[in-house]
Design a binder for this molecule. Sequence first.
Ligand code: AMP
Length: 365
Amino acid sequence: MIAFVVNSGSSSIKWELLDVDSGERMRGGIVERIGENGVDHAGAMRVILEELGGGHPDVIGHRVVHGGSRFTTATIVTDEVERAIEELSALAPLHNPANLLGIRAAREAFPGVPNVAVFDTAFHQSIGPAAYTYAIDSAVAEEHGVRRYGFHGTSYQFVSARAAELLGRPLDELRLIVLHLGNGASACAIDGGRSVDTSMGLTPLEGLVMGTRSGDIDAGILFHLGRAGYSLADLDALLNRRSGLTGLAGGNDMRDVLAGVDAGDAASILAFDVYVHRLRRYIGAYLATLGGVDAIVFTAGVGENAARVREAALAGMEWAGIRLDGERNAVRGTTVVSADDSPVAVLVVPTNEELEIARQAAALV
Ligand code: AMP
C-alpha cells in the first residue's frame, strides 16, 4: 500500500510518498512560499501532483495539529470532519486552518483517494481528568475548551511502539517516559501504551524549555508585562518566538548552545542548565506518576543527537535504577545507551512521524 503524507503549513506543504509495508520513503519534497506570487494551496498541490507523474496513492494521510476533545484517533475525512477541524481552529489558529487548506487541496487533486486526518493531540485523549484539568473556574474552562490536550502524539505512538520492539516486550506491559526534544519539545508518561500525562497543554507552549518557546512560566508574568504595556501580540511573540534557548542564549539551535558552553559563554551555560533542570523536573514527575519506569526514551533533533543533554538529564538518577553508559551514549546512532546492569533501559529512538501517519492512514482503509 502506498501512502501520500501531507504536512500542510500556512506557507508550505511538506509531502512524502511511502510504501507502508516496508516503511520505505519513496519520494518527498516541500513546496514553499505559498501565498507569494499568487500560488495557493490548491496550486501547490497541483505542482506535487505533477511531480508524482500521475501515479495515485492508495491513501492520503494529513497531519492535523489540533483535534480537541473530539478526535481520539485518526479519522477518515468527510465534509463533516472538515467542519470539525475548522471549528477547532479557535484552539490552534496558526495550524488548523493551514492543515485544512492541505486537506481540501488534496481532496480536489486526488478525487477518489481516501483522506485521513491524523491528529497531534489524539494520542493524549487517554489522559485522565486529574492530569488534563487546569485548576481555574470550571465554567470558564468548559466554555472555552481550556484543558490540557498535549501534542507530538504521532511521534509518541511511533517511538513507544519501536521502544517495545527494541526491548522485546509487549507495549501494554511497559511504563515509558518519552522525551521528544526537537525545536518544539515535550515529555510524555506512557503506561501500557496509553498516554497518562504530557507536558504540553492547551497549546504547545507549556512544559519544557524549547528552541524559541518558554515552556512553563508563572501566568502572573503575563499580567505583570501587560501592566507594563505589552499587548497580547507582544506577549505571544515573546513567549512563542523569543523565549526558550533563543531568549536565553540568542539562538534556538542546541548545537550553538553547546558550542557556547564549551567556549565558556555565561548565557549559553545558563540556557543549558535551565533546559536540563526543566527536563529533570518532568522526569521526576513522571517517575512518580508511573510508579517507576521500564525505559526512558529520547527522540527528535536534540534527543537523538545531543549526548550531553541525555547525560545531564539522567545524571545522578542511579537511585531510580537509571544508569547511563557514558561510552555508548557518546556514540551517535547507538540505540541502547544504558548500562547492561541498569534496571531501567535508556533508549535513543529516531522518530518518524510521516511513517506513523502513513501507517495510521493505511490501517483505516
Ligand atoms: P527537530 O525539531 O526534531 O528537527 O529538532 C531540531 C533541533 O535539533 C535543532 O534546532 C537543534 O537544536 C537540534 N539538533 C540537531 N542536531 C543536533 C546535534 N548534532 N547536536 C545537538 N542538537 C542538535
